[in-house]
Design a protein around this ligand. Structure first.
Ligand code: PRP
Ligand code: URA
Length: 209
């Protein structure tokens, strides 16, 4: 599928399998999400530009590569995005962070916004939007639109699981935003849940329901 990268590394797939199991504890689920975020972060940042900078090792001066340009922004879609965000920040601690509070109305499946905060100078940076689940894509579409309305023009979307229906809708509306995921699942069910999926990511992370 166009614009879609599936990170099918064996470690990602193994951890994801444990997360899918219904008996996996909340604590294990959170830990695994953070670990997978490290591996997904590695892929989504693979093509970042570097530049040679002057440094001095204990043995002498040299030039060595360092990330070039402005710091990244990670935009977390609340609540479940926080699980991926933590792992992303482990690898890129200097990244700026935006928060987008959205929940899915259980009847209409429309995204309802309740919070938005982004760094004031985020518009000219690469923004990686994170949320474990891309189901109908209503939440992802709304989050990316909000960021674009504030001037963002260089975005990527990172999730753990995607449904084909969500990928199709998202790429139709935001064709300029590449999607990275650990799995393209089979379909959505009648309640807009990803099948086979892993259930409600936020509930599984925080032990709610
Ligand atoms: C979940 C998930 C996404 C959204 C995906 O959040 O974390 O944000 O559903 O579904 P969609 O693609 O159909 O919009 P939820 O609304 O359950 O909120 P939560 O993270 O607060 O639990
Ligand atoms: N949100 C979730 O948390 N899980 C799904 O399967 C769909 C939307």
């Amino acid at each position: 599928m166009q614009n879609l990268t599936i990170v099918d590394h064996p470690l990602v797939q193994h951890k994801l399998t444990i997360m899918r199991c219904k008996d996996t504890s909340t604590a294990s689920f959170r830990r695994l999400l953070r670990e997978i975020a490290h591996l997904l972060c590695y892929e989504v940042t693979r093509d970042l530009e570097t530049e040679q900078i002057d440094i001095e090792t204990p043995v002498g001066p040299t030039k060595a590569p360092a990330l070039k340009g402005k710091k990244l922004v990670f935009a977390s879609i609340l609540r479940a995005g926080e699980g991926l965000l933590e792992g992303m920040l482990d690898l890129v601690p200097s990244a700026r962070v935006a928060h987008i509070g959205l929940y899915r109305d259980p009847e209409t499946l429309e995204a309802v916004e309740y919070y938005f905060k982004m760094p004031s100078d985020a518009a000219d940076r690469l923004i990686i939007v994170v949320d474990p689940m891309l189901a109908t894509a209503n939440s992802a579409i709304a989050a990316v639109q909000k960021l674009k309305d504030r001037g963002a023009n260089n975005l990527r979307f990172l999730c753990l699981l995607a449904a084909p229906e969500g990928v199709e809708r998202f790429t139709r509306i935001h064709p300029d935003v590449p999607i990275f995921t650990a799995s393209l699942d089979e379909k959505l069910n009648d309640h807009g849940y990803i099948v086979p999926g892993l259930g409600d990511a936020g509930d599984r992370m925080y032990g709610t329901r």
